[in-house]
Design a protein. Structure first.
Length: 328
């Protein structure tokens, strides 16, 4: 099988259908999913997609599997996990519906997903709902391919870390689709913790970082990742280790060193240390990419800093009277 690095030279050979289902990712990322499924996996382990959305990424993977001589459609399965509905906490878009919006009185796009994936539903197994409920904590079967596009919250990432990462063995491939998202620093410092046991495929593909497990990952390390058993300084150091490994993405669009620096600010932000968060984030305002694409991030961090430093509210008239009487 081709190494992950070799797949980069094959982008120009990929022609995905023009009517491929909508996905919240670039064409480059969809093509890479196809290439991994077509040229790298062999179906000997579980094939898992966490966060299938409207099906664009699933379609690319399934098409690659169908064209992979090593994949047996009668035995192999591509497991697709998602809420498959829009609404608070789902991070899904109305564009996942075929009509571009949810039907009256409904919020599930599962039927639209299955219709779009109809050519491949013979080997696509859908797991619809909260991943804590739809994943099996007793399933210890090895995972050969893991596409992670679901870890938008620390709560969900903990499920990924507890129930899926321990099933990775040497040879397993992992793709983190949200790696260019500074608000998800658990993706970055967990990858830093895994660096001694993985090999990064090459430059990230837009927002996606791909790596292959090359050494057995100690159970104790996986437990630390799942429990987020790291100090703030340890998390920052782990992200720095990743910065030493990645720079521009493959297309030259995303500068990962400053993106990951902003992720460090969010490590501090989530710990409530807003002053430290802004000390990290403030200088990044000068970065052209971040100032253009992450203005809302800076606004959020600046707002938190302002709230942290805001003076106490002025006392009411009654409170002023009580203070005068009691001397407090």
């Amino acid at each position: 099988m081709a190494s992950l690095g070799r797949l980069y030279s094959m982008f120009d050979d990929v022609a995905l259908p023009e009517d491929i289902p909508y996905a919240q990712m670039s064409d480059w990322e969809q093509k890479f999913l196809y290439l991994v499924a077509r040229h790298h996996v062999n179906g000997t382990g579980a094939l898992v997609e966490l966060g299938s959305g409207g099906g664009g990424s699933t379609y690319a993977i399934a098409k690659g599997l169908r064209e992979n001589p090593a994949f047996d459609e009668t035995k192999g399965r591509l497991h697709a996990y998602d809420f498959f509905r829009v609404g608070k906490g789902t991070f899904a878009t109305q564009r996942f519906f075929k009509a571009g919006k949810a039907p009256e009185g409904g919020n599930s796009f599962r039927e639209d997903f299955e219709a779009a994936l109809a050519p491949f539903m013979g080997f696509v197994e859908v797991h619809a709902g909260d991943i804590w409920n739809t994943s099996d904590p007793q399933d210890k079967s090895p995972i050969e391919f893991l596409h992670v596009d679901i870890a938008k919250t620390a709560r969900v990432f903990r499920c990924v870390a507890e129930r899926f990462l321990p099933r990775l063995e040497p040879g397993a491939v992992v793709l983190h689709q949200d790696f260019a998202s500074p608000r998800l620093p658990w993706l970055h410092h967990s990858t830093g913790a895994l660096l001694p046991y993985i090999e990064i495929a090459g430059a990230p593909i837009r927002s996606t970082l791909a790596f292959e497990v090359v050494r057995p990952i100690p159970a104790g390390l996986l437990a630390r990742i799942a429990e987020d058993d790291y100090t703030v300084d340890e998390r920052l150091a782990l992200i720095t280790a990743v910065q030493d490994e990645v720079d521009l993405d493959h297309t030259g669009r995303v500068p990962f060193k400053p993106v990951l620096e902003l992720a460090k600010a969010y490590v501090c932000h989530y710990e409530g240390d807003h002053r430290r968060a802004w000390r990290i984030a403030g200088p990044l305002l000068k970065d052209p990419y971040l100032s253009e694409t992450r203005a809302d991030h800076f606004a959020q961090l600046r707002r938190a800093l302002g709230e942290d430093a805001a003076p106490a509210p002025a006392p009411s008239g009654l409170r002023r009277l009580l203070r005068k009487v009691t001397g407090r």
